[in-house]
Design a protein around this ligand. Structure first.
Ligand code: ADP
Length: 454
């Protein structure tokens, strides 16, 4: 059985031979044998030229199938061109689906929260996603096909790469510079994953935030345990004394009970402050916001401050009749912490000014004292939990070390900011805490019920 291609070839050969035979025969009859041979040669030459021309057209079209139009031909040429055309079309479709798949893969890899960097069998960089560019300071556009160890030079990484046992991820501290040339330290969890023929994927995840939170959690637990251990140890000591010799010594019993009460109160304050902080940090629960009668609130907090001072300070207030939109309990807690700090850290005879004013469109609460002030290096850390300049002084005056952390969280929830100015200059010492509320929180006083009735 002949194939369609062989059939087409035979048909053409037959056709050319027939035409050449007929034309050559007629020419031989008319002009003799040599004329007949000449005509046969002529027919063969025309046939050859025709097929050579078709071949040239095909060649031209194959050079750039997109630009040139498909040559028009029938018979065997038509079949050949048709087959070629279908092949090229198929090729184009598969090329497009390949490039679509590649661009989908690149989009997915670019959206990954982790860094992904592809290495060939020579440890050259084949490809990396934008997160990996950021983690390693490598640019896909400029650094492709460069050896990875040229950029990632940490000895631990080179050892990890060489050991060829990538079961466990590598914890790496890296330092990178931002656009402004500022160096930043971060912690990366790095894992090499072999794939394909001796290729590797280098995955990297920034775990700095996780580590920071873990350190914070550990410090917090250590701090709370430490804060609770002191009063508990003191109470245990007194209980032991009372149990052994207290009954026969009413005076000692009385003193011990007073000390134990002080320690119990200290623990109570600590637990209350911890609960307040955890409520403030819980962003899923936002308490209701309403207009607060701040002038009335400050007047009452100033009275509490006076009681805490017990006449040891002069407390002055300057209160504008401005109301504020917010949560009353939280604002009261922030203001009262600043007032009680001023009383507690200002020696007897000192002066404390409490003001509530409008500065431009912003409502501002300010507490200023002329105590001994705070050294500048402590100021940025004052709102950290349990940060104290003088631990003994804080505890002696009933401090928990959480007051300013509470203030900070209340302000975050009210989009307000805290400004701390302090001076230890002997001529003008003292501290000033100012809370600036955003203008949108200033609100009109609510009409009193009887005013509404009128
Ligand atoms: P504490 O319960 O120890 O007072 P805070 O968080 O309220 O904790 O304050 C943190 C530290 O800031 C205090 O221990 C104290 O050292 C310092 N501080 C706060 N307010 C004042 C102030 N008005 N004058 C001097 N130091 C202050």
């Amino acid at each position: 059985m002949l194939s369609p291609a062989q059939k087409s070839f035979l048909l053409i050969a037959l056709r050319v031979t027939l035409i050449a035979g007929v034309v050559g025969g007629i020419a031989a009859l008319a002009g003799g044998e040599s004329i007949g041979v000449l005509f046969v040669a002529l027919v063969l030459l025309v046939a050859f030229s025709y097929y050579a021309w078709k071949l040239a057209q095909l060649f031209h079209w194959l050079e750039d199938p997109q630009a040139a139009t498909l040559p028009d031909a029938g018979g065997m040429w038509g079949d050949v061109l048709g087959k070629l055309y279908r092949l090229i079309k198929q090729e184009r479709v598969s090329q497009k689906s390949l490039s679509d798949a590649l661009s989908r893969f690149q989009q997915a890899a670019a959206a990954l929260p982790d860094g992904a960097l592809m290495l060939d069998n020579q440890n050259n960089i084949v490809w990396l996603n934008p997160v990996a560019e950021l983690h390693w300071g490598i640019s896909l556009a400029n650094d492709r096909m460069q050896t990875v160890t040229y950029f990632i030079r940490y000895p631990e990484f080179i050892a990890y790469l060489d050991q060829r046992n990538y079961g466990e991820p590598l914890a790496l501290k890296v330092s990178r510079k931002d656009a402004a040339g500022q160096a930043h330290e971060s912690s990366l969890a790095v894992q090499l994953v072999p794939f394909g023929e001796d290729q590797m994927l280098l995955l990297s995840r920034d775990v700095s935030e996780r580590e920071r939170l873990e350190t914070m959690r550990r410090d917090f637990v250590a701090n709370v345990s430490h804060e609770l251990r002191t009063p508990i140890t003191v109470m245990a000591g007194f209980l032991e004394t009372v149990t052994s010799i207290g009954e026969g010594n009413p005076e000692l019993m009385k003193k011990s009970l007073a000390h134990m009460t002080t320690q119990a109160q200290r623990m109570q304050r600590l637990v209350e402050d911890l609960l307040t902080l955890s409520r403030l940090e819980d962003n899923s629960h936002r308490p209701a916001q309403a207009p607060i009668n701040v002038p009335e609130l400050i007047a009452s907090l100033a009275i509490d401050g006076g009681q805490l001072s017990a006449g040891r300070h002069r407390i002055a207030t300057h209160i504008a009749p401005q109301w504020l939109l917010g949560n009353r309990d939280e604002i009261a807690s922030a203001f009262s912490n600043l007032i009680s700090n001023a009383v507690r850290y200002t020696p007897a005879g000192g002066e404390i000014d409490i003001t509530w004013t409008m500065e431009g469109l912003e409502p501002v609460f300010r507490v200023r004292d002329n105590g001994e002030g705070i050294a500048p290096e402590h100021v940025p850390r004052l709102t950290e939990r349990f940060y104290r300049v003088d631990r003994g002084r804080s505890q002696a005056t009933g401090g928990t070390g959480l007051g300013l952390a509470i203030v900070k969280h209340v302000l975050i929830r009210h989009s307000a900011r805290l400004d701390i100015r302090s001076s230890r200059d002997s001529a003008q010492h003292g501290t000033q805490f100012s809370i600036f509320f955003p203008a949108e929180r200033a609100c009109a006083a609510e009409p009193r019920p009887h005013a509404v009735a009128a």
